[in-house]
Design a binder for this molecule. Structure first.
Ligand code: FE2
Ligand code: FE2
Length: 329
């Protein structure tokens, strides 16, 4: 007798307890398990990626381009903001979340990033790079939707949103977004970990938001590899001009952050506050500034660890942070 027949025979002999309700409960449990497994697999896939081709890769080569584009494309997590189940918060947790002075600037930053990346994508002729950039811009648009859903779920009032015009110089817009993400993500990694450790945000909310933070990690990994690749593809006589442009971008970002810290953004619109400064004041109360920098550095390493070691890592901000750490307790 085959195993199947035996099982079927036993089932036939068992008392008839398979009510419709039981069957439905089992179907729901199976569907839940399948959905959870799919989410876990997508989550793992977005954090671990290695190019199957063995051997060294020269930075600036066609293989390098293919590698960093494939990294972004193949680690895309297809979550849908519309179906995120926002956890119910206790009154205290809800108060903590709604009174954080970051939501306006977070929504607007994603709106600007999305149009800047998409505009730059349109200027790129290499099909693989263009598709990767379009995905990057699409993920920024999705971050904005996630934030809007969060804001809606917890009844947070936002200031009226400005328009998001495409930049006059698409490359400038892309560089500004890329380098500003290198700064902001580095601190966001640490702040997010501090919020998780201290219980400032309930664990379910931290888990819900986690993929967005990792996505920013993928973006800066993609961006620094693009920048290194692009620099090497330029003819020698254009490289100084590009270096100058990058220096101007950094100067602009420093000026922008000083402006935001003073409560005025670079378009002259009063803003709620500086994300990092207020964020660290609100979330990292238990940590000294030195411990906060250590946490940012550790989280940066952890979030970058799962990707192909042949890809370059963001270096400037961690290096500056390590330098600052020598003078900060
Ligand atoms: Fe984003
Ligand atoms: Fe991003």
């Amino acid at each position: 007798m085959s195993e199947t027949t035996e099982v079927a025979g036993n089932a036939a002999a068992a008392p008839p307890r398979n009510s419709a309700a039981d069957a439905e409960a089992r179907a729901i449990a199976v569907a839940d398990t399948v959905a959870r497994t799919a989410v876990e697999q997508a989550d793992h896939a977005m954090r671990h990626w290695t190019d199957p081709t063995a051997g060294p890769v020269r930075i600036g080569s066609a293989q390098h381009l293919q590698m960093f584009c494939n990294m972004l494309l193949q680690t895309h997590n297809p979550y849908k903001p519309a179906v995120i189940d926002w956890p119910k918060l206790s009154p205290e947790a809800l108060h903590r979340v709604t009174s954080l002075p970051i939501w306006d600037i977070a929504v607007q930053t994603e709106g600007r990033a999305s149009i800047r990346v998409k505009t730059f994508a349109q200027t790129v002729s290499d099909p693989l790079l263009r598709i990767a950039l379009e995905m990057d811009g699409g993920e920024e648009a999705r971050h904005k939707v996630v934030l809007s859903k969060l804001v809606e779920a917890y009844g947070i009032a936002l200031a009226p949103e400005p328009d998001y015009p495409p930049p006059d110089d698409p490359e400038w817009g892309w560089l500004v977004t890329g380098y500003s993400e290198c700064i902001d993500s580095f601190f966001a990694f640490g702040l997010f970990a501090a919020a998780r450790r201290s219980g400032f945000f309930p664990a379910e909310l931290v888990e819900t938001f986690e993929p967005v933070i990792q996505e920013e990690g993928r973006h800066i990994l993609f961006f620094v590899n693009w920048a290194a690749w692009y620099r090497r593809t330029l003819p020698w006589w254009r490289r100084p001009l590009f270096a100058l442009k990058v220096a101007r971008v950094w100067a602009f970002l420093v000026w922008e952050r000083i402006g935001i810290a003073r409560g005025i953004d670079t378009d002259g619109v009063a803003q709620d506050a500086n994300f990092t400064m207020n964020g660290s004041a609100a979330l990292g109360e238990a940590l000294t500034p030195g411990a906060m920098i250590d946490l940012c550095l550790a989280e940066n390493d952890r979030r970058m660890a799962g990707y192909d070691a042949r890809l370059l890592r963001p270096e400037t901000v961690p290096r500056l942070a390590r330098l600052a750490r020598r003078f900060v307790k």
